[in-house]
Write a protein of this length. Sequence first.
Length: 272
Amino acid sequence: MVEQNDISISQWLDSLLAKGAYGFSKAALQRENPEYSDIAVKRALNRLSTKGKILSLYKGYYLFIPPQYASKGILPVSLYLDAFMTHLQRPYYIALLNAAAFHGASHQQPQEYFVITNFPVLRPTKKKGIKINYISIKEIPQLLIEKRKTEAGYLAISNAALTACDLIQFEKRVGGLNRAATVLNELAEVIKPNDFNPILLKHVHVTALQRLGYLLESVCSNFTLADALFESIEKENLSLFRIPLKAAKATKGYSSENRWKVIVNTEIEIDE
C-alpha cells in the first residue's frame, strides 16, 4: 500500500527532477518537508531505493535514477559530480585520464574516475560498478581549471598543462609511466607553450616538471613544448637536482646527461 508520506516525498523529488537536479540530500528533504519525522523520511527513502527510483551515494546524499538510466541503476558521473561536490562543500577538478579524455587524449578508456580535491581525505565511492577515486592536495589551483558545460550544468576539469603534470605526478594511479607517456603524447597536441606559466610552475612539484620535460623531449619528441617548459623553469629560477625517472627503481649505473637532470633508469615505450 502506498503511504501518503511516499506520495508527498515523491512529489517533492519530482519537482527537483523537473528543475534539472540529479541528486538531493536527506537534510534538504527534511528541511523542506518538516511535517515528516526522521523515521518517516527514512522509510520513504528506503522504499524508493528498493524500487530503483533513487540510489544512496554517500552519507545522506542520493541520486535520482530516471527511467532512461534504470537498466544501469546509476547515472553517468558527469551528471552528478559537480552537485555532489557542492553538497560536500569541496573544491575539486576532474583529473588524470578522465581530464585527458575531455581534452581529446582518449587513447585508452579509463575504468575509474579520478577527482582531485582538498583535505581531509575522501574515501572512494563505488556504486553499480562505477568507482570514483579522490586524491587530496593542499590547495586547488582554481586558475588552472576549466569549466565544461554538461546537460546537468558544469564540470571542473584540469586544463591540458595541469593534466599533463598530474599524469606524471600521479603516474602510479594511471598504470605507470608508460601509460602516462602514451596519454601525454596525445595530450601534447593541445598544450600551448605559454601554458607553462608561473601559476602552473608554482603549483606543480619541480620533480614532476623535470620528468614531464624529459618525456616531452626524449619520448614525445615535442621540442617546442620541452623548450618552453625549460625556459619557464629557468625564468622562475627553479633549482633542478638529479632525480630518477622511475622513482622506485635503482639509479646506480644510469646516465643523467640531459638538461632535465633526470636519471634515465627505465625505458619508456608508448603505444602508437
